[in-house]
Design a protein around this ligand. Sequence first.
Ligand SMILES: Cc1ncc(COP(=O)(O)O)c(C=O)c1O
Length: 391
Amino acid sequence: MKSHFLLDPQITYLNHGSFGACPKPIFENYQHWQLELEREPVQFITVKGPKLLKKSREALAEFVHCQADEVVYVPNPSTAFNIVIKNLKLNAGDEILTTNHEYGAMDRTWNYYCRKAGAKYVQQPIPIPLLSKEQFLEAFWKGLTPKTKIVFISQITSPTALIFPVKEICERAKELGLMTIVDGAHTPYHIDLDLSVLKADIFTGACHKWMLTPKGCSFLYVKKELQHLFDPLIISWGYEAEFPSHSQFLDYHEYAGTRDFSAFLTVPKALEFLESNNWRERRKTCRQLIQDTYLEFCDFLNTKPICTVSDEFLGQMCSIPIRSADILKLKEVLYQEYKIEIPVMNTRLEFESNSKQQFIRISAQVYNSKQDMQILKNALSDIRKKSNLLE
Ligand SMILES: Cc1ncc(COP(=O)(O)O)c(C=O)c1O
């Protein structure tokens, strides 16, 4: 499978989680659309492209189990969340209940709009190690107050690489009359996604991570009843549309001025590639590799896993607690000297009395093997012997 990917063979690539990686047949499909666009820009952008986009959106909708006019393509989750949060009409004192494991860009977006409105972004501490769903739910709902209006939560977290029980959160939020907004950036094709079962009000996912499309392909789902709340982030021809479609939601958000939407058109090809290469089976192997590696590395680094090591909380990534005097230098040395691409990060999470927990996050995609994990282990062992960059 490694030969299908465009990744530099000199690099041990253990960071699929950040920006994904695109296999050649899907990338070729992307370039095919780009070439068509440049051969006849007017025809492609105004006639053929919109038809292809509709087909692609329909394929995506079928895959995530929603209607084709409940979902629009956006370049990335930041765009999706800015569309959503900017339009929420937050009032002073309103609270948004979230966790302390969320992605930094989303924390910043919420902080920005909450500050403007005088609303409060409540980052409820989720203790690690995470041992059971019940423990999670109890900790999360402790943050609920009469002022809570919205629940915002990642389905798979970025710093800690944990799968959160989002379905249970959405169910309870619904009973409480709260709006649910799910950051599913890592979800599509990483774990199963069925929006008709999840029942989040709003969901965003990135296709360029685990669904293997080229960069700049993500989506925003908003259930029909709420779509009227969301004005376009970029006002363009879709606003006061000359020839409106049946859906204002699509008109508003699908046309954001002249742009190359070729990445959006690769979704049918990506889905076909994943299905025909039996990806659901392959990802099981990756999960197993992660679980084995997690325990082995915790042992080797004299630390503990931050969750029960099982499919309940772990997908194709794991975050291992580490201690380093200089985390940026550690990352640089791993890349420059050992040619390993891997995220090493500071967080504000507390774990085992270390108030600023640091993690190294391993991703496993089909192009990774046990050998890659051994390369990382050897490098860490070497670094530990030679420097004070790793305790
Ligand atoms: C939880 C989560 N949300 C969102 C994103 C991506 O957001 P964007 O591509 O807009 O920076 C990521 C990317 O790693 C993520 O892990």
